[in-house]
Design a protein around this ligand. Structure first.
Ligand SMILES: Cc1cc2nc3c(=O)[nH]c(=O)nc-3n(C[C@H](O)[C@H](O)[C@H](O)COP(=O)(O)OP(=O)(O)OC[C@H]3O[C@@H](n4cnc5c(N)ncnc54)[C@H](O)[C@@H]3O)c2cc1C
Length: 264
């Protein structure tokens, strides 16, 4: 079975800086890590391989700047077989549609896969759109919020999906794309052998030209999303100190204040 896992590199901080003029994230000088939610997808793919045997191959694909190779290496150290980085200045400024187009063309160029894993969402963009959009562009079933693979054979997959208030069990023919939630497993900590293998791995970089991408569908030009305005929320705190010397008066004063603010 041929498996692909899509892994995104994200800033390793919650203090993301935005360029208020262009509406894009300032990524230079920022520490980065593999999207933590993608590690559940990697772990599940490796577990499938361990179950199905050596005939199963796992390919990790990431689109991003050259340093995104580290995210691919993290996945390789957990047991994936090979990785490809999709990197080209022509891809800069891509929104979720252009990103999904690029990733789906990469998947086709690599010969297609029986099963594609993605994380639930990336911790920076957080749209959760890329996985389903890749599936749609490849015209294959998309199973989102998967919390358990119940059955997988050469032709079908049956999964448990986490939905509001419970679960649902759905089945789809292969090839399919699944996005997984945290509940599905506990990602392993890579061992030394895995780390050495990942360090030595040759990870080819694919460019827009090599992938024969339609230039009108990539990067900023191919991105219909427009960031109209971006701003930091202004925090204003009002403090009211109520003296407790006269408790009755203090309660009265507090009630009046809450009423004025329409909080009670
Ligand atoms: C106008 C505009 C300009 C932008 N410019 C840039 C830019 O220059 N550089 C930039 O990095 N981002 C840019 N972005 C953000 C970019 O669109 C998103 O980072 C990207 O499309 C992924 O969306 P997301 O983070 O919401 O991922 P989600 O949809 O939340 O991710 C879901 C899953 O899809 C997979 N996935 C998502 N992205 C990738 C990827 N790149 N490679 C492999 N797997 C992936 C992962 O498995 C992930 O868990 C821009 C956005 C807009 C609107």
């Amino acid at each position: 079975m041929k498996i692909a896992v899509l892994v995104k590199q994200v800033p390793a901080t919650e203090k993301v800086k935005m360029d208020e003029k262009t509406g894009t994230m300032i990524r230079s000088g920022m520490e980065a890590e593999a999207n933590p939610l993608d590690m559940y997808a990697v772990e599940e793919a490796v577990r499938v391989k361990e179950k199905l045997g050596e005939d199963t191959e796992i390919t990790v694909i990431s689109m991003g700047p050259p340093m995104a190779i580290d995210a691919i290496k993290d996945a390789l150290s957990m047991g994936c077989d090979r990785g490809y980085l999709v990197s080209d200045s022509a891809l800069a400024g891509a929104d979720t549609l252009a990103t999904a187009y690029t990733l789906s063309k990469t998947i086709q160029k690599l010969g297609g896969f029986d099963l594609i894993f993605t994380g639930e969402r990336a911790t920076d963009g957080e749209t959760g759109q890329v996985g389903p959009s890749v599936g749609a562009q490849l015209d294959m079933p998309v199973l989102t919020y998967v919390s358990k693979i119940e059955e997988l054979n050469g032709t079908h997959i049956r999964v448990r999906r986490a939905i509001e208030g419970g679960y649902e069990v759905v089945e789809a023919p292969l090839p399919s794309l699944i996005s997984v939630v945290k509940e599905i497993n506990e990602p392993r900590i890579p061992n030394l052998k895995g780390k050495i293998r990942a360090k030595r791995a040759d990870i080819p970089t694919l460019t827009a030209k090599e992938l024969e991408l339609d230039t009108s569908r990539i990067g900023l030009e191919g991105s219909p999303t427009r960031v109209v305005k971006i701003f930091y929320p202004k925090l204003s705190r009002q403090t009211k100190i109520v003296s407790g010397k006269d408790p009755e008066l203090a309660v009265e004063e507090l009630l009046k204040f809450l009423e004025e603010k329409e909080l009670i």
